[in-house]
Design a protein around this ligand. Structure first.
Ligand code: NAD
Length: 372
């Protein structure tokens, strides 16, 4: 079996294999081909890939290597032109939000490709090591705090000095999933006073266990799905939530929002009235920006400042800023997935749509889309 890792196009800084995972693939008897420069933005040289046992090919060979590949590993989906080179029944494994990449979806169908969407790996203990959504969200939570700090004109920890006392900054985290928990932990380590809120009641204990204060707002009936995701709130509940958290936002120096609801647009939580009420110089970091964002006035891909001086950060893809770490975790998730699917007898990946992992993440099977 041959894996090909084309260089990422667009702004992507991560790469789908590292020298460590190349070595492990080679040990399984799988050959790995890497396009020249694929690891550059993660500071992985072509030479390091070669030493690990990969064949590194020139950029001009991209189309012919796509034709030879049994499996393509990538962070984001290839575009239609690249997909047209793939051979029928080849595998394409990457994040794949088909709503955002309709052209790629059509191309995959036409070429009869097997497509795994990494964001649909199930949230089970068994699948944890393959869960790229979690590994990358974790880093986004960490980067989100650092970005907030970069814009804030205050220190985070309390500093008692002969020149006076600086109070600890206040950080408010809205949505305490993987990214939110890491944001709380990072802000705590930097010395901030941290408060947090989530609609899933079980989160209160987790928030306390990492040393933050849970903000209580009575929203009536809320809950989570079997997969562990939050259920969507009604419009009335969302309004109660906004009313309940305005005072917390006003006293916070940094507000980090991460609230998402699976397969839906992210809920609008911070209205213009709420950000207008915040102190000039305070910062909102919207980590839900890729899902539409939680903040009114957010500009996807940009950092903007409101007329009253509140910074709303919406750069997105925050984990790209720590590309070396993000690639290490992403590549490790992909190795675990490929190792699990690899059939040593046929030397190919198993394409069983009843499989516990594949039934939720195999978006296209031999060109047939499995999800609406
Ligand atoms: P997510 O990215 O879907 O959402 C982020 C957070 O936003 C969630 O905690 C959600 O409850 C919250 N949220 C939604 N609407 C909100 C609102 N209106 N106000 C405030 N918060 C709101 O979530 P996630 O990071 O994917 O994690 C969801 C859960 O799944 C967590 O408990 C996590 O620990 C669990 N999980 C389990 C596994 C596993 O077992 N393998 C893997 C990953 C995550």
């Amino acid at each position: 079996m041959q894996i090909f890792v084309p260089r990422e196009i667009s702004e992507e800084t991560r790469v789908a294999v590292t020298p460590e995972t190349v070595k492990k693939f080679v040990q399984l008897g799988i050959s790995v081909v890497v396009e020249q420069g694929a690891g550059e933005k993660s500071l992985i040289s072509d030479e390091a890939y070669k030493q690990a046992g990969a064949r590194v090919v020139l950029n001009e060979k991209r189309s012919s290597e796509l034709q030879n590949a049994d499996v393509v590993l990538h962070v984001l989906p290839l575009d239609g032109t690249d997909i047209a080179h793939l051979k029928p029944h080849a595998w394409h494994i990457s994040f794949f939000d088909a709503f955002r990449y309709p052209e790629a979806l059509e191309a995959f169908k036409k070429q009869q490709i097997n497509v795994i969407a990494l964001e649909r790996i199930p949230r089970t203990s068994f699948a944890q090591k393959m869960d790229a959504l979690s590994s990358q969200s974790n880093l986004a939570g960490y980067v989100g705090v650092l970005k907030g700090v970069q814009y804030l004109r205050k220190t985070l920890p309390m500093l008692v000095t002969s020149a006076g006392t600086l109070q600890a900054a206040r950080v408010f985290v809205i949505g305490v999933g993987v990214a939110g928990l890491q944001a709380i932990a990072t802000a705590k380590r930097l010395g901030a006073r941290v408060e947090a809120f989530d609609t899933r009641p079980e989160v209160e204990e987790q928030v306390r266990s990492v040393g933050a204060k849970f903000v209580k707002i009575d929203l009536g009936q809320t809950g989570s799905t079997q997969q562990g995701y939050a259920k969507a709130l009604t419009d009335e509940q969302l309004q109660r939530q906004r009313d309940g958290m305005t005072a917390v936002c006003v006293r916070s120096d940094i507000v980090i929002t991460t609230a998402k609801v699976f397969a839906r647009k992210a809920p609008l939580i911070l209205t213009k009235a709420m950000t207008d009420a915040m102190q000039p110089g305070s910062v909102v970091v919207d980590l839900a920006v890729e899902a539409g964002g939680n903040t009114e006035g957010l500009v996807a891909g940009q950092n903007v400042t409101t007329p009253n001086g509140v910074h709303i950060l919406g750069e997105g893809y925050w984990e790209r800023l720590v590309a070396t770490s993000a690639s290490q975790m992403f590549a490790s998730n992909l190795f675990a997935l490929v190792e699990y699917l690899f059939d040593k007898d046929t030397q190919q990946l198993r394409c069983d749509e009843q499989d516990a992992i594949l039934k939720s993440c195999l978006w296209v099977k031999n060109g047939q889309a499995r999800f609406e």
